[in-house]
Design a protein around this ligand. Structure first.
Ligand code: FMN
Length: 191
């Protein structure tokens, strides 16, 4: 397989339960963000913004996620496993990069393009991880992404949209295997 095809097809999401608890070097985080900024973006308006959470800031945010989960779950739906899972993030996760899209136009189409460009940036982050054999991560749109609370927690402005988090941690060994459907079925033929 050509190198670029291999990198794309062996890119995987790695989750906190797979992390070994090691702190990643800041240069890894810088590389991911720098490469995110090389993503295509219409009119070069650079709609992405990033908030890097580590150490105390990471712990405080994870505590809020946990508090919200407990507060917002009705007693009959309470699931201790979910609580334990988030609690474990405190020792598993090294960094969380908060993904923000900033709009500079009122146009609905332009705003759509801004979101698309940020997603291209996130793909660059994912692919950049390939060069670091002991670091992995994934894009999470859980943990309050769509609630009002996080927007104000991060002091986001009205033209900024929270798009989730890139959760990162150390890995002893990377998974590369996955599966995809045959690409041909996604091609719509023209009559
Ligand atoms: C926009 C977006 C949001 C995602 N949100 C979540 C999430 O909230 N939780 C999660 O476990 N995975 C999330 N993922 C990761 C996908 O589950 C993952 O990409 C998919 O299972 C395919 O696995 P792979 O990335 O290893 O190929 C998200 C991916 C994308 C593109």
């Amino acid at each position: 397989m050509d190198n670029i095809n291999k990198i794309i097809q062996e890119r995987r999401s790695h989750y906190p339960h797979e992390f070994n608890g090691q702190q990643l070097d800041n240069n890894i985080i810088d590389t991911l963000i720098e490469n995110a900024c090389w993503a295509p973006n219409h009119t070069l308006n650079f709609p992405w913004r990033f908030i890097v959470l580590k150490n105390e800031a990471l712990k405080n945010w994870l505590q809020l996620v946990l508090d919200n989960l407990i507060k917002d779950t009705p007693p009959e739906k309470f699931n201790q496993k979910k609580v334990d899972k988030i609690q474990a993030y405190q020792t598993q996760v090294s960094h969380a990069i908060v993904l923000v899209c900033e709009h500079d136009s009122e146009s609905v189409n332009k705003q759509k393009e801004d979101l698309l460009a940020v997603a291209c940036g996130v793909q660059n982050m994912y692919l950049s991880l390939s060069q670091f054999s002991n670091a992995g991560g994934y894009w999470s749109t859980g943990m309050g992404t769509y609630g009002d609370g996080m927007h104000s927690y991060f002091n986001l402005k009205s033209n900024q949209v929270l798009m989730g988090y890139f959760m990162l941690g150390g890995l002893d060994k990377k998974r590369t295997e996955s599966h995809r459907k045959d690409f041909r079925q996604f091609i719509i033929s023209v009559k």
